[in-house]
Design a protein around this ligand. Sequence first.
Ligand SMILES: Nc1ncnc2c1ncn2[C@@H]1O[C@H](COP(=O)(O)OP(=O)(O)O)[C@@H](O)[C@H]1O
Ligand SMILES: [Mg+2]
Length: 260
Amino acid sequence: MRTPSETGDEPVVRMRGVHKAFGSKQILRGLDLEVRSGRTLAIMGGSGTGKSVALRHVIGLMEPDAGSIEVFGQDLATVGPAGLARLRERMGYVFQEGALVGWMNIHDNLALPLREREGLSEAEVRPRVEEAMERVHVEGAGAKFPSEISGGMKKRVGVARALITRPELVLYDEPNAGLDPEISRSINDLIREVSDTLGVTALVVEHRVECIERVADEVLFLHEGRAHVHAPTAEFFASQDPRLRAFLGPSSTAPSITSS
Ligand SMILES: Nc1ncnc2c1ncn2[C@@H]1O[C@H](COP(=O)(O)OP(=O)(O)O)[C@@H](O)[C@H]1O
Ligand SMILES: [Mg+2]
């Protein structure tokens, strides 16, 4: 695993002093966030603290009231619609609500971004879809419809769909929400495997400590709209910050933390 000083490159995502309010509700209050190339940053924080809002800013689906966001070194405030579209082609997302298209089989769900965004021929699409299904270990499911596969398998296909365009940056918003622990573990293993084999940069919103320990190089604790703690994973879970300790609760002072 690389450390920032070893990679030495510019961050893939850099948010500086980002503020965002909805009406009178201040959600982000000066959020600073950076993730460097090839690294996986987990974002933790209470429900409704603005984790999904932060991810939406990275994709340019929301604009900050103040502060700046750079993705791949480009300032989202000045790239323009065409520039933003080009940046988005380099990203993949796995959203909580990221349902598959119900009336399309798995093959077509996976082929969709290739047909729409890359205009590939069917002969070019087929091997890409097969490769993506192999990568998430759902080989042979192409003819099935979303209603015919399990929740865990749907998540895997969601991950495959996010990766099929070969993004450099992947955003996962609670990829394990609603999954039982065993399936969560296999999704985590998948996220880790994808990061290691494809070298992608990732932002993962997650709250289960064991998931974060598995997938993240570093963790950011979002509290009152700011990065209250941001540290390498082992250091993060060893932190004595009182607010972080209160959030994590007594059970997660686990001395078993290993830094891999
Ligand atoms: N488009 C929106 N309009 C108004 N309020 C929003 C919008 N998106 C999010 N919020 C509010 O912002 C807060 C943070 O939301 P969110 O980022 O989804 O929380 P979480 O940390 O659980 O992901 C919540 O109070 C939510 O209701
Ligand atoms: Mg959320």
